[in-house]
Design a protein around this ligand. Structure first.
Ligand SMILES: C[S@@+](CC[C@H](N)C(=O)[O-])C[C@H]1O[C@@H](n2cnc3c(N)ncnc32)[C@H](O)[C@@H]1O
Length: 384
């Protein structure tokens, strides 16, 4: 089983908080689509003929693709890979692009799941984020998508900005539930390097994120989604029964995936590849058959650390029986030893040999994972 990720590195506007790779210069979009197709052709053996269970168009803004560009990419994928007939094919859509005909046509091309970046329902906050849509477009786009027959819809919401209080966040969530979507991804606003938000905070023109408020908002998110029939299957991901995101779940399960396009990553169980970020360099390298990626072979430490980092965030957790198959004894001993303080603090649950974070522990997921790493992130070794 494996997946394919296609990165569409264009956006209309730069969001205040975003450090994903994108360009607002759309001039070379056609050339870039040609390069993406050439990369797909060149890498047809990467997944070793394993059937593809999921395809994900992410960005950037995939809904900036014309129908013919999307069709060109999908045809190229189908002619190079074995695509399972029930494969989940997700397309990230921005609300301002939700035109009925466009959505009906992408459905005909095989798209069967949408991930829509709503982010907020507050006009002022949307402007502050520098989004290209307003709140009314959020409501309209979900209706239009449903009208087009796209009934597996995920929405993205961000919490933790200066606009939010527990009351406004509860209202936002109620508005989201009323849209009747099957999945919600909700992320705590983070200040990423080289973003406008970071710049404004440095210049003291914006306040830093209030982490105590974020923590309260996270509790409300868990509480409200649960009341409204969603399961939190990963720290930031919530689904109605039967609508877990297959593609992302496969990342967290450590399955192989092929990442196509500038800045995309790939993983085949042995190594990880990182494509160049620059659109222009990517196009040039692909056109001239020059290297366009860096590759890193994963050590045993890397594999163990990645397992901890991803699994601890999920409802299926760290499975000791599976870990004993995957890792040597020294890792298991280390894991159990490092886990003890968190057991004492009552941050974790152990059921049938599976370790998961409880509600309290979920607030500290990344910190706990980093303490369980065999080599800490700063490179220092744990004392064993
Ligand atoms: C790179 S975006 C692409 C999605 C889509 N094009 C859009 O902007 O609506 C993927 C998601 O990551 C989340 N995201 C990106 N940067 C973030 C940040 N600094 N803090 C919290 N969430 C962030 C947003 O919710 C966003 O929808």
């Amino acid at each position: 089983m494996s997946g394919i990720y296609i990165h569409i590195p264009f956006c209309r506007k730069a969001c205040l908080y975003c450090d994903f790779h994108f360009s607002t210069n759309l001039e070379n979009k056609k050339q870039l689509v040609d390069s993406i197709c050439k990369e797909i052709n060149n890498r047809k053996n990467y997944l070793e003929n394993k059937p593809v269970k999921s395809i994900y168009f992410g960005g950037g803004t995939p809904s900036l693709l014309s129908l013919s560009e999307l069709e060109q990419i999908l045809k190229t994928i189908h002619s190079n890979f074995i695509i399972d007939e029930k494969a989940e094919i997700t397309f990230e859509l921005n609300p301002e692009d939700a035109e009925l005909n466009y959505l009906q046509e992408i459905k005909k091309l095989g798209i069967n799941r949408l991930s829509i970046g709503l982010q907020s329902f507050d006009e002022e906050e949307l402007k502050w984020m520098n989004r290209a849509h307003n709140a009314q477009q959020n409501f309209d786009c979900i209706k239009t998508a449903q009208q087009a027959g796209l009934n597996n819809i995920s929405i993205d919401l961000i919490y933790g900005s200066k606009f939010q209080t527990p009351e406004t966040w509860r209202k936002t969530l109620q508005a989201a539930f009323a849209l009747n979507t099957q999945h919600i991804s909700s992320y705590n606003l983070t200040v990423e390097s080289r973003t406008q938000l970071q710049h404004l905070i440095k210049e003291k023109k914006e306040k830093d994120i209030d982490s105590e408020m974020s923590s309260q908002l996270f509790d409300i998110l868990i509480e409200e989604t649960e009341k409204n029939g969603f399961t939190q299957y990963e720290i930031s991901n919530f689904c109605k029964s039967g609508f877990m995101a297959e593609h992302n779940s496969n990342y967290w399960r450590g399955l192989s995936y092929l990442g196509i396009g500038p800045s995309a990553h790939s993983y085949n169980g042995i190594s990880r590849r990182f494509n160049n970020r620059s659109n222009a360099q990517y196009i040039q390298s692909i056109e001239n058959d020059k290297p366009f990626y860096e590759e890193e072979e994963l050590t045993a430490n890397d594999k163990y650390n990645e397992y901890i980092l991803t699994r601890l965030r999920t409802e299926w957790g760290c499975d000791l029986a599976e870990m004993k198959n995957l890792f040597t004894d020294k890792y298991i001993t280390h894991f159990l030893e490092q886990l003890k303080p968190y057991q004492q603090k009552n941050f974790i649950e152990i059921k049938q040999n599976t370790v998961t974070l409880n509600k309290q522990g979920k607030h500290f997921a990344d910190g706990i994972a980093s303490d369980l790493f065999y080599t800490k992130k700063d490179g220092s070794k744990h004392n064993l």
